[in-house]
Unconditional design. Sequence first.
Length: 227
Amino acid sequence: LALYQKNGQLKGRHVVISAGGTVEAIDPVRYISNRSSGKMGYALARAAVEQGADVTLISATSQLPDPVGVRTIHIQSAQELSEQMFTALPHADVIIMAAAVSDYRMAQTAQNKIKKQDSGELNLTLVENPDILAQLGSAKTGQYLVGFAAETQNLMTYAQNKLKKKNADMLIANDVSKDQVGFGYDTNQVTILTKDKEPEMLPLQSKITLAREIMKKISIAINGQVE
Ligand code: CTP
Ligand code: CA
């Protein structure tokens, strides 16, 4: 079985995917992050390669092996991710923000290890990170932009709002409060929202089969043709 589909639906296309939970340093030994494993983004990278795309993966995780045939760039913070995404933007045909970006970072990262306080409490001041997906949505010049939404309640309302507000072309919504869905699992269940079509609820399935289905929908959207 050939790994590269020389005549795949995404042949000649450059697909840029972010994956994993970004890491914000508190001090030299501690950090703020989240439960994202990166598995969904890595599965999308594999699926894009299978369909013949030229793939760049911008990864915030070191827990998964670099996918074969994919240019993988490792980053940690949301700011580093933002720099890489904007460097890739002009050369991209498709951009997928599968990374779980930390919404906040330290106002100031401590130079030295923070010592235990005598007062019995510690207050950290956090500032908001840039919304990379929304900024890409403002800056894009014809790239097909895909975002995710991780919700624990009001899935459809919140996801619709994100699709609009961030000017994405596709928003993949998952209810991460459900068992086997989203963070850390090898399976996922999502609803796909696009600007012009009715929301489509997909069944619970492995992240790789879901990734193949998502990449197929993206290729149809950008090629304007059915397989
Ligand atoms: N995202 C981003 N930059 C951020 C925060 C989120 O690019 N600073 C992207 C994520 O990669 C994802 C989408 O925006 O594709 C939605 O992320 P999510 O955390 O679900 O939404 P937020 O807009 O951060 O809102 P909230 O966390 O309050 O639900
Ligand atoms: Ca968020």
